[in-house]
Design a protein around this ligand. Structure first.
Ligand code: C5P
Length: 279
């Protein structure tokens, strides 16, 4: 039996860096949202592990988050199995769109389904934090306020705003650790609101979009700041970097569509006991 699942990208509607932790990670407070820009993954139980991918530039060994998720599931459940995985990649890498994290969460969900739901969704969510800070979010229903390293997930009932979104991915990609490292050389951003107040503003439909990693990303790659200015000239209401970049999400109607790589998407969510479904 082949299990075919979609694996959605995420954006950060706001992302506040609250401080640096003794373990080197940063304390975050961020509103995450899944969107309809998706990868597709096929899973088959098999004698050995094999992985194929439409993007030939991706490593398919144990460093791939899909294979990390397979190993994690085997370790946590004590089950012994092989799996054949085929990944149809559409979500750009090094973009802040959580593509790898989403693939890992989708893999854990799939393996659990293929083993008669031996674990609860809560188990999968807790285990997944061991292999990446952004993975637990995907076990929410698609909209969540995340704190800690990002792994403490407060599920919110539905998309805070049902909005169409345009994703712009520049040719330049950004590695997450380099962007976080730049924070050390920047003075922390001044905010007039606390992260909880920012969340409340979204719940009250008076959103304040902000990303504390944007200045660090611009320092790492100054051309991105010029790109943002260009995007703003298309009359979007909001243009903001997602996660540690380099992709931007754009909200509101623009008069013309920029010509460079650009994806049109919508906010999506999942129902109880179901994975995300294609729109
Ligand atoms: O947890 P994950 O492997 O996704 O994190 C990748 C890198 O991003 C970390 O090694 C760290 O440099 C940075 N990071 C951070 N603070 C976070 C999340 C990630 O400094 N909350």
């Amino acid at each position: 039996m082949t299990l075919k699942l979609i694996s959605p990208a995420k954006i950060n509607l706001f992302l506040r860096v609250v401080g640096r932790r003794p373990d080197g990670y940063h304390e975050l407070a961020s509103l995450f949202q899944t969107i309809s820009l998706v990868d597709k993954i096929h899973f088959n139980l098999a004698d050995n592990d094999t992985m194929t991918c439409t993007d030939l530039s991706l490593p398919l060994d144990g460093s791939n988050l899909v294979m990390k998720a397979v190993n994690l599931f085997r370790r946590k459940t004590g089950l012994n199995f092989g799996v054949r995985v085929h990944l149809e990649k559409n979500i750009p890498s090094q973009a802040g769109l959580g593509g790898g994290s989403s693939n890992a969460a989708t893999t854990l969900w799939a393996l659990n389904q293929l083993h008669n739901n031996i674990a609860t969704t809560g188990d999968l969510q807790t285990w997944s934090a061991e292999i990446g800070s952004d993975i637990p979010f995907f076990f929410s229903h698609g909209t969540a306020y995340c704190t800690g390293r990002g792994e403490i997930v407060n599920d919110l009932p539905a998309p805070v705003r049902k909005t169409k979104v345009a994703i712009f991915k520049p040719a330049i990609g950004l590695p997450t650790p380099s962007v976080y490292a730049r924070l050390r050389t920047l003075t922390p951003q001044d905010h007039l609101t606390t992260p909880s107040e920012d969340l409340q503003l979204f719940l009250d439909d008076k959103p304040r979009y902000c990303n504390d990693l944007e200045a660090a990303a611009f320092m790492e790659e100054p051309a991105l700041q010029i790109l943002k200015q260009n995007l703003l000239s298309f009359d979007f209401d909001t243009v903001l970097m997602t996660g540690s970049g380099s992709a931007f999400f754009c909200l509101g109607n623009s008069n013309t569509v920029p010509s460079e790589p650009f994806f049109q998407a919508e906010f999506i969510s999942r129902s109880n006991d179901e994975w995300y479904q294609e729109l």
